[in-house]
Structures are given as C-alpha cells and as structure tokens.
Design a protein around this ligand. Sequence first.
Ligand SMILES: NC(=O)c1ccc[n+]([C@@H]2O[C@H](COP(=O)([O-])OP(=O)(O)OC[C@H]3O[C@@H](n4cnc5c(N)ncnc54)[C@H](OP(=O)(O)O)[C@@H]3O)[C@@H](O)[C@H]2O)c1
Length: 282
Amino acid sequence: MPSSVCTTVPLSNGLRIPVLGLGTSHNGGYCHDVILHALRECGVRHIDTARRYGCEEELGRAMRESGVPRSDLWLTNKLWPGDYGHKAAKKACLDSCSRMGLDYFDLYLMHWPQCHQRGRSNREVRAETWRALEELYHEGVCRAIGVSNFLVHHLEQLKEDCSVVPHVNQVEYHVYQQPRQLVEYCREEGIVFQGYCPLAKGEALGDPAVVKLAQKYGRTPAQICIRWSIQTGVVTIPKSTKKERIEENCQVFGFQLEEGDMAALGTLHDGRHVSWDPTHVE
Ligand SMILES: NC(=O)c1ccc[n+]([C@@H]2O[C@H](COP(=O)([O-])OP(=O)(O)OC[C@H]3O[C@@H](n4cnc5c(N)ncnc54)[C@H](OP(=O)(O)O)[C@@H]3O)[C@@H](O)[C@H]2O)c1
C-alpha cells in the first residue's frame, strides 16, 4: 500500500514510476513558481507534460532551478500526432529533449491513437511511429516508452506489429470514467495503467458521495478522488497551478479508504469523458 509521495510502482523493464505525479497542460496549465514549490516543498518527483502543452522550456528550467538531482525526478513527455512517422518522431523527441535541456526522458508517450496521414491507415502509422520510439528506447533517450488514450484494439495491433510492449498506457480515469476492461487488459499485458484527470477536471469534487466521504475521513473531496485512484492501483497525475492545492493533493498517503467506500465510489462510473474520447479511433 502506498505510504508516501515517493511511493513507486514497477514497470515491466524494472524502472519504478512514482505513483503520484503532477500534471501540466496548455491553456494556463503551467506556473513556474508553483512547479518549483511542488518540487522543493511538496516532495513531488514526477511531472507529466507534453509538447502540446507548450511549457517544455520553462519546465526544464524549473527542474534545474529546483536543485533536485535529475536522477531523482521522473519526467514524462508526449509525442503529438503531427510528429508521427519514423523520422519525424525521432526528430520531435530529440527537439523536445533539447528544448527542455534534458539528456533523456523517463517516459515518452504517443499522445493519441489517431494519426491523420492521408492515404495511410492509423495502424500503419502507429506501428512506424512506435518503431521510432523503440529505437529511442534502445538508444537510452527514453528510459521507458508508452502510449496514451490507446484502447484494447490499438494495443492488440501494436503487439502484432512491433516488439516492445508499451511500458505505460495513460488514459482518462476518475470516478465517472472507470474503463475496467482496459485496466484489466493492461494488467494482464504488463502495461502500467496511468490515469489522467483524477478530479474529472473538478466535476467530481461536488459529487455528494465524494463530499460525504470527505466528511467521514476529515479530508477534502480532491484527496478522496486521488486516494481512490491510487488505491485502485493506478498511477495518478492531478494538475493544479495553486501551491496550496498541490500540497493538499500530495497528502493522500496517510489514510486508506475502507473497502465499502471504495466500492461506493466504484458505482459512480457513468462513462462520461471530461477530456477527449478515443472510442471511435480506428
Ligand atoms: N494524455 C492525455 O491525453 C491527457 C489529457 C488530459 C490531461 N492529461 C494529464 O493529466 C493531468 C491532469 O488532468 P486535468 O488537469 O485535465 O484534470 P484534473 O487533474 O482532474 O483536474 C484539474 C482541475 O482541478 C483543479 N484542482 C486541482 N486540485 C484541486 C483541489 N485540490 N481542489 C479543487 N480544485 C482542484 C485545477 O484547477 P487549478 O489549476 O486552478 O488548481 C484544474 O481546474 C494534466 O495536467 C495532464 O498532465 C493528459
């Protein structure tokens, strides 16, 4: 059972990823002082970003300014579909490293299963792109590689077409969105399931069942949502641009939700997406 903000879970290649990370995003999802506070004062050691979020340079600078040794930090970055294809993917990854001032990423993900390349199937482009990530992995530029928003059929195709099984699949996951079959499939295949939007972008925080448990445990609704996600065995990456909220979101290790309360939260699933939905991506 996770006991501190530094708690990690193993990937299939033996690396260990911190079970709690801090998200960043576009549209005001980055605040330099707050990232520094998270790293220096809250013990955050895992940050999730993407080329798409437009904060690579500042985030790389924050990592250096924090004084935390690079080897103690876990940085995940993502490849945007506009950069899919073998050559483009390798270049995009190296460009991202260089923008961040880093020699390597701990984890590098294909951001989305749709490829948008005229005359070519998604499957073909995904496989070609994945082979580039496999090379980056073997070259040590990426210590682990994975995918994001991939469903079972996308993962099955990749398994047939390529050789390295993704180390991680990062997918929307919160009390209203519990893709149990996908979670189970990933476990069986040795793919670590990472959940994004654990607060359902704030939508879950006013849910009566969540509020009731917050009162019962003397915690906040955000802590109940994050604790629930971690306690289901999922690597969890809430985002906040507020210092006090990051402190709050990190305090999820000193208590456990009882089995009956976990089950009650398990019934809140209604299938809604608060981010994008890959269901119809072939
Ligand atoms: N792979 C993908 O396709 C994908 C897609 C979406 C997200 N992600 C990743 O997942 C991360 C988290 O997702 P998300 O930001 O969309 O959703 P989220 O973490 O569920 O919710 C973030 C929202 O909740 C607010 N918040 C955070 N902590 C709070 C607290 N303790 N009390 C009240 N409100 C709180 C934040 O506002 P303030 O910032 O104002 O505090 C923000 O509006 C992203 O940053 C990104 O790294 C990945």
